[in-house]
Design a protein around this ligand. Structure first.
Ligand SMILES: [Zn+2]
Length: 398
């Protein structure tokens, strides 16, 4: 992350946005820390902070009492009573609309399920209704903008959802234009993997880490890559399609047209239908005691050393690791964060994956890549939706 400010004319707005970022992301909480971190003079910092307080971006909190010499500094914090962003996460089976605080915490959330009865019009009017409810309950004047994180592919520059597979025929939705017209708020769109990576980078375990990959495992598998401190999404915004790394040239045909893509085996629904089939044939297993087997049931049964669960989970992790190692040999990150639905596997799952990935990496013995669960777990794309907009104001206040 670039935290250096510049003491020259005409960069006031940039410095203001930088100071806002440092306070919102919890990196600095006093004027002295801001001055040290940015290299800006104490007077410049003082003026900017004064302006940000006046305009209700930040607030003064309690007095810091552990200072040894001199006056105890006043702590700065986000003005949480007056600022919010709206986050909208659109996945394949549900939508989560949330009010997100400047510290990237969920203040209020409304969720609804998606199914084949939805079309673009119903989807958008349901989203709008949830947004209006939150605006009414929390106070419209607090909201500075809306971030939408959506399953790909999306055209984030044009604010359009393109043509996600298995998405009830919903495609080419001008989500930004539509929501801007109805709410009078600015709207930004990003794919859910990039949004999650951004949340990790600005507020999660990826703070201060210049090279990491966020991997989301859900109905699909995708990656958000932070490379040299910046989000990398490729020339056309379609980078990070980790789910379409093929592990078998003769494997089943994937929705992308290729064969044997990891998504065909390891997306959560595809894996679970495989588990259900195996459980039906198996003699004795904890999994047979469940009426409906969920991903977390397989994890728990494998932890309890259930034979069938251990077998299917070992195979699952081995396939995933094979595809991830191929991707990581290309980008060489320091650390991988696992999020979306698979985050429920916790440290046990991350640890097994880390071992198997590193065994397959070209330089795995010398430079291990750590694998951890995202700081936001399954909620990463929900938090990420709000962070899309916070990130925007950290570059220039609107
Ligand atoms: Zn594919």
């Amino acid at each position: 992350m670039r935290n250096k400010g510049r003491n020259i004319k005409n960069v006031g707005e940039g410095n203001k946005a930088l100071i806002l970022k440092l306070v919102y992301t919890g990196q600095c909480s006093t004027r002295a820390e801001l001055s040290d971190m940015t290299g800006l003079t104490k007077m410049t910092v003082g003026n900017i902070v004064h302006n940000l307080i006046e305009n209700k971006w930040i607030a003064e909190g309690e007095i810091k009492t552990n200072s040894v010499v001199g006056r105890n500094p006043v702590l700065l914090c986000p003005d949480e009573n007056n600022r919010r962003v709206m986050g909208v996460y659109i996945s394949r089976d549900k939508v989560v609309v949330s009010s997100i605080t400047p510290r990237a915490l969920i203040s209020k959330s409304i969720e609804f399920r998606l199914d084949h009865k939805f079309n673009a019009k119903i989807l958008m009017s349901n989203i709008l209704e949830s947004i209006q409810t939150i605006l009414d309950e929390e106070g419209r004047e607090k909201f500075i903008g809306i971030g939408v994180s959506c399953i790909g592919p999306v055209d984030s520059r044009k604010g359009r959802i393109l043509s996600p597979t298995d998405f009830y025929g919903i495609s080419n939705v001008e989500v930004c234009k539509w929501l801007e017209k109805k709410t009078n708020l600015n709207v930004l769109l990003e794919n859910d993997m990039n949004a999650s990576a951004l949340a990790e980078h600005l507020y999660g375990k990826g703070m201060g880490c210049s090279n990491f990959t966020y991997i989301g495992i859900t109905h699909g598998i995708g990656a958000g890559m932070v490379i040299n401190g910046d989000l990398y999404s490729g020339a056309h915004g379609y980078g990070g399609e980790l789910g379409h790394i093929s592990i078998d040239v003769d494997g089943p045909v994937c929705s992308c047209g290729n064969r044997g893509c990891i998504e065909v085996y390891a997306s959560i629904p595809n894996f679970m239908s495989h588990v259900v089939g195996d459980a039906a044939k198996a003699g004795k297993s904890i999994l047979k005691t469940h009426e409906v087997i969920a991903f977390e049931d397989v994890i728990e049964a494998a932890k309890a050393k259930d034979k069938l669960a251990s077998l299917v989970m070992d195979e699952y992790i081995s396939r995933l690791a094979s595809a991830i190692a191929s991707g990581m040999n290309l980008i060489d990150p320091e650390i991988i964060f696992i999020g979306h639905d698979a985050a429920i596997g916790g440290d046990w799952f991350a640890g097994k994956l880390e071992k198997e990935i590193n065994e397959r990496l070209l330089f795995g013995e010398e430079h291990r890549i750590k694998v951890e669960i995202s700081a936001f777990g399954e909620a990463a794309p929900v938090i990420g939706s709000g962070v899309i907009y916070l990130n925007k104001i950290f570059h220039s206040l609107l």
